[in-house]
Design a protein around this ligand. Structure first.
Ligand code: C2E
Ligand code: MG
Ligand code: MG
Ligand code: MG
Length: 275
């Protein structure tokens, strides 16, 4: 039993080592990808209850010539474990806000990593990119995952507040997965919650699931927060999310994330109507 235990440890260590090496490799390639123009930003529509386009979420894409498409769910955590996330975060923001010049009147959501908020100069960085691109702060939402938001320090809270004071909106992403409790919602400077798609996927499954989304939405609505239902994949989920009190809707059923050119083509009418 003793030797089996030792073997297990050896295998585990070998796996960890391989994973670590792989992460280092990805990190190096990602650093190069920024310079080699392998990164792109796709946009996923966010609609109001009437289905009208009101915002888009910017989502980072990495097309590696050797590896193909690499999911941000894979490479963002790697970037977050290094200073690379700051560079990447600034790159995405600049690209998204430049692209937004062609999307008049649409709000644009950009994901930020909690690690970016650990830097004192993050507020200056956002202000600088807004000024450079001429984007109105009121048309920008920064999305922060709930699990990251739980770990906020007084410094991070102060930075979030400074961003809000500029007119930027703050959304809590993947809400319901971080189990922050509700008390903290009262203290954190936020404007919007995005109910995680795992809850939306269970809508219609049982009465409890519906009640849970309704409770989250009504709490948020009563705090004057807007409520996005994430990951709507069916018309039925759309109806149930609307009935539960969600105010904004995002998911494959409405539209998948797409390149800017496709967005302009598909939503040409609505985008011009907004302008
Ligand atoms: P997120 O911010 O919660 O973004 C929503 C994710 O759900 C996106 O995955 C989107 O493609 C996917 N999604 C949207 N609708 C549906 C649906 O109906 N069904 C399903 N199954 N999925 C749907 P994506 O693009 O792979 O991004 C994954 C995560 O990576 C994002 O989750 C976000 O946390 C992170 N991420 C992406 N871009 C950035 C970025 O520029 N900066 C940072 N810090 N994180 C980013
Ligand atoms: Mg997001
Ligand atoms: Mg999300
Ligand atoms: Mg997510």
């Amino acid at each position: 039993a003793k030797s089996a235990g030792r073997n297990k440890t050896a295998v585990f260590d070998a796996d960890m080592l391989a994973e670590l090496k792989h992460r280092r490799l990805i990190e190096r390639e990602l650093r190069a990808a920024i310079l080699l123009n392998e990164l792109d930003v796709h946009y996923q529509p966010i609609s109001g209850p009437d289905g009208k386009l009101v915002a888009v979420e910017a989502l980072l894409r990495w097309q590696s010539p050797s590896r193909g498409n690499i999911s941000p769910a894979r490479f963002i955590p790697i970037a977050e474990s290094t200073a690379l996330i700051d560079q990447l975060g600034e790159w995405v923001l600049r690209r998204a806000l430049s692209d937004a010049r062609e999307l008049p009147d649409l709000r644009i959501s950009v994901n930020v990593s909690a690690n970016q908020l650990k830097r004192d100069d993050v507020v200056d960085m956002v202000a600088r990119v807004l000024a450079e691109t001429g984007h109105a702060p009121s048309r920008l939402t920064l999305e922060l995952t709930e699990s990251a938001a739980i770990q906020t320090t007084p410094d991070i809270c102060r930075r979030l507040q400074a961003l809000r004071d500029m007119g930027i909106r703050i959304a809590l992403d993947d809400f319901g997965t971080g189990f922050s409790g509700f008390d903290y919602l009262r203290h954190l400077p936020v404007d919007c919650i995005k109910i995680d798609r795992s809850y939306i996927a269970r809508l219609g499954g049982s009465e409890t699931d519906n009640v849970f989304v309704s409770a989250l939405a009504s709490l948020a609505n009563s705090m004057r927060l807007s409520v996005v239902a994430e990951g709507i994949e069916t018309e039925r989920q759309m109806l149930l999310a609307r009935a539960a009190g969600c105010t904004l809707f995002q998911g494959y059923h409405l539209a998948k994330p797409m390149p800017k050119a496709d967005l302009l083509r598909s939503f040409d009418h609505e985008i011009r109507q907004c302008a």
